[in-house]
Design a protein around this ligand. Structure first.
Ligand SMILES: C[S@@+](CC[C@H](N)C(=O)[O-])C[C@H]1O[C@@H](n2cnc3c(N)ncnc32)[C@H](O)[C@@H]1O
Length: 438
């Protein structure tokens, strides 16, 4: 009985199920994977996670290769077997698992998935790949989407927006992301926390772009970090850590964090000025619980509201704000290395819809700013339509608004605002613009 239970949940079979769910039902990797890891034996979880991230990161490439190995595509009801084949290819191409073990364990996973009929097919396809790998890899060069492991529409969009940097963007998106920390200045200076890390043999270095950011040489479990439970440190990319600096925080401010969950920036703002009044809003009530967890770990206080920030009649108490942060919902095209499922879940026509939502947030929240107040608009997108073009349109329609130039530019200057492309200074891709009432 116990043996059967374990078999039903091997790392490879679970990864295949997760990948099939993401690709077929267009569900986000984080949610599906978290549930899939729970029933897995502890020693299988890391492999399952590596397979899910790796296969989705290289999905266009692996799918293209698999199509050359199969006589015809498998039926939609067997998308778990298609995904399992991709897991097999990923192990052979990119993992340090001996190939005989990779093949036999992947073949065994067919039975775990309740599809023993597929064992011959998976075995033959993977062995065929081994024999013809060099020849098959060569064919990638003639197929841009498979070569760069991105959907065609996104490659074209990056080429159009960044004619000189699109290859850097695509290559960075295909890498495993580094882990970065934000040191809580209320508890330790960055250099003091570096010493604490050294004492537990964790190697890290200081990031120049932010006073609080550390880059870990190797990712680790957060609970290995000294003082994590006590709020000494949080996990946050260096690009996201620049936002609080742009808000020009001082004591006694009333601040709106309009799209706040899971609360990374809310907490950073409060770490810098714990006495500020921060109203943290998010449309997603479940994600609001993550802000609650983060503020309570860091012993900070924010006023949390579940609401559509753009529908101000439903939540606003009529008091203006000194600062407004719109960390807008966006395509996530600056953080693909952290969320490789974006390659599959986003579609070309999402971008105009997102730009429209961002515009509604800007238009409806701007009137809530005090005269001389500051609104900071940010996204983790690398596409101009959501970033500098969005702000250009807004400024054109609001002569009373002007761009405020920060003392220290957070990234490369654009026509309006500042853009960090994925991989600039090892950080995620990010966009920043600061707007002030004239
Ligand atoms: C980029 S994430 C914010 C990340 C967050 N600021 C942080 O630093 O942890 C965007 C958030 O906007 C929320 N959102 C989307 N549309 C919204 C709306 N109309 N009103 C309020 N929140 C919204 C999403 O639920 C999501 O949590």
């Amino acid at each position: 009985m116990a043996k059967n239970k374990q078999l039903k949940h091997s790392a490879r079979a679970s990864a295949a199920r997760v990948i099939a769910e993401v690709t077929q039902q267009r569900r986000s990797l984080n949610g599906v994977l978290a549930a899939a890891l729970i029933p897995l034996p502890e020693n299988e979880r890391s492999l399952c996670q590596q397979l899910c991230y790796g296969v989705l990161r290289w999905y266009p490439t692996l799918k293209f290769l698999s199509e050359q190995l199969l006589n015809k595509p498998l039926k939609a009801k067997d998308s778990d077997i298609t995904a399992l084949l991709l897991c097999g290819l990923y192990q052979l191409r990119d993992m340090r698992i001996p190939s005989h073990a990779a093949i036999s364990e992947t073949v065994n996973a067919c039975k775990t998935l309740g599809k023993p009929w597929a064992t011959g097919l998976i075995n033959a396809s993977l062995r065929n790949f081994q024999r013809k790998q060099a020849e098959l890899e060569k064919t990638l060069e003639d197929h841009e989407s498979a070569f760069y492991a991105h959907p065609d529409w996104l490659i074209q969009q990056f080429k159009q927006d960044w004619p000189e940097h699109w290859q850097q963007v695509l290559n960075t998106n295909n890498q495993q992301p580094p882990m970065m920390l934000r040191v809580n200045q209320q508890h330790n200076s960055r250099s003091a926390y570096l010493e604490k890390l050294k004492a537990v043999n964790i190697t890290a270095s200081e990031l120049t772009s932010s006073h609080e950011a550390l880059l870990l040489e190797k990712p680790c479990d957060v609970y290995q970090l000294p003082g994590f439970n006590e709020g000494d440190v949080s996990v946050q990319d260096g690009a996201a850590q620049q936002v609080a600096q742009l808000l020009n925080l001082q004591p006694g401010l009333r601040i709106l964090d309009a799209c706040a969950a899971p609360g990374g920036k809310t907490c950073h703002i409060l770490e810098q000025q714990p006495d500020n009044e921060v109203v943290a809003l998010d449309i997603d009530a479940r994600r609001l619980q993550q802000i609650e967890q983060n503020t309570s770990r860091l012993n900070l206080n924010a006023k949390l509201l579940a609401a559509d920030a753009g529908d101000t009649a439903k939540w606003w108490d009529g008091q203006l704000f000194d600062r407004i942060l719109i960390d807008a919902p966006c395509s996530g095209t600056g953080v693909i290395r952290r969320h490789p499922d974006i390659k599959l879940l986003r579609r070309a026509d999402d971008i105009a819809k997102l730009a429209q939502q961002q515009n509604v947030l800007l238009e409806n929240l701007w009137p809530l700013l005090k005269p001389d107040g500051l609104l900071v608009y940010t996204t983790c997108s690398a596409l101009k339509q959501e970033n500098e073009l969005q702000i250009a349109t807004f400024l054109e329609q609001h002569p009373e608004a002007e761009e405020q130039i920060p003392d220290i530019p957070p990234a490369q200057r654009r026509s309006f605002g500042y853009q960090r492309l994925p991989g600039d200074d090892v950080t995620d891709g990010f966009y920043y613009a600061c707007l002030r009432h004239r």
